[in-house]
Write a protein that binds this ligand. Structure first.
Ligand code: ATP
Length: 312
């Protein structure tokens, strides 16, 4: 658990993070979202003490993060940034093995971990391990950056706009990878973005910052349904809200009895995808198939429209 208590960072007279308190539950993915300059990065960096707070306390599993030297703290917390920050003169394998080496892991253990992470991120260890960062595409470099941040099996992973530089298709892929990694390792992840779409997609909880203040800290559904202020409402994009809400739910939760004509959709697809497919194909209903391909009912435009309404 991460407990942030009345944390403030001042530069001169300006509080760029202003009396922020929040509790982050273990094994969850929290997204910090807000406009440029709202203090997101500063808040994130106070967790691993790349920035020292002016006042307030941050506790990691009950331990004040000032009770260990900063460099030691940072070995135990993963950190991934936009543009990946890889060392250009080290191979991919050496980059990923950086912190394990500092921690004194033996060579065989480091190699096993490097190979495990590369495979997990769908980069062939034999092909990519020996390459240098400039021999990789931007998306591949970004994946190596994430692998490096995860190398020493940190319980906590901080990510600052990790997908900001990626094109939309690679970005979606990288987001899915991240969710899979989190499921597998149970890492507590805190991710900074200015993209509300990304926040809604990834976050168990979303923290909205504005001018150094934490304006709202809640689940995506709550943020969409009950934005705390006009600022949050604007950030959410009021006209988009019903679709964002549908993107949070799976088709399996809106299956109705009965059958329908034409191509079906998987129960695990999002409700938003189902609506898009129905509208695009000009149908009012379509069949739903279970994870093992069996027909289990149908999904209707009418059912989805009800789901897209503001939750009571
Ligand atoms: N070392 C510093 N000295 C003075 N001011 C700083 C320093 N670091 C950050 N700031 C200021 O603090 C404010 C918050 O910066 P921060 O990087 O936390 O914002 P952000 O929400 O992450 O923004 P962005 O989305 O643009 O990265 C900004 O106005 C920035 O100019």
């Amino acid at each position: 658990m991460i407990e942030i208590e009345s944390i403030t960072k001042r530069y001169g007279d300006v509080a760029v993070v202003d009396d922020v308190s929040m509790v982050i539950e273990p094994h969850t993915l929290t997204v910090i979202v807000g406009t440029s300059g709202s203090g997101k990065t500063t808040l994130l960096r106070m967790i691993n003490r790349l920035v020292e707070p002016t006042s307030g306390t941050i506790r990691l599993d009950g331990v004040d993060n000032r009770s260990v030297p900063g460099h030691e703290l940072r070995r135990s917390i993963g950190y991934a940034i936009q543009g990946n920050g890889l060392f250009p003169h080290r191979t991919v394998a050496q980059n990923i093995g950086t912190v394990p080496l500092l921690l004194g892991w033996d060579a065989a253990r480091i190699k096993a971990r490097v190979d495990e992470l590369l495979a997990l991120l769908q980069l062939d260890p034999a092909a990519f391990g020996p390459r240098y960062p400039h021999e990789l595409s931007g998306g591949q470099q970004q994946r190596v950056g994430v692998a490096r941040a995860l190398a020493a099996e940190p319980n906590v992973l901080l990510m600052d706009e990790p997908f900001g530089a990626l094109d939309p298709i690679i970005r979606t892929k990288a987001q899915e990878d991240l969710l899979a990694i989190q499921k597998r390792f149970g890492t507590t992840i805190i991710l900074v973005t200015h993209d509300m779409e990304e926040a809604v997609h990834l976050g168990d909880r979303i923290a909205v910052m504005d001018a150094g203040k934490l304006i709202q800290y809640a689940s995506p559904t709550e943020i969409l349904a009950r934005p705390a202020t006009g600022f949050v409402e604007t950030l959410v994009g009021a006209s988009d809200r019903p679709f964002k809400l549908l993107s949070l739910g799976e088709v399996r939760d809106v299956v109705e009895p009965g059958s329908a004509e034409g191509e079906g959709i998987a129960a695990g697809a999002t409700q938003r995808d189902a609506l898009a497919e129905l509208l695009w194909s000009g149908r009012t209903a379509m069949p739903v198939t279970s994870d093992d391909g069996m027909p289990i009912g149908r999904v209707t435009v009418q059912g989805l429209v009800k789901r897209a309404a503001r939750p009571k």
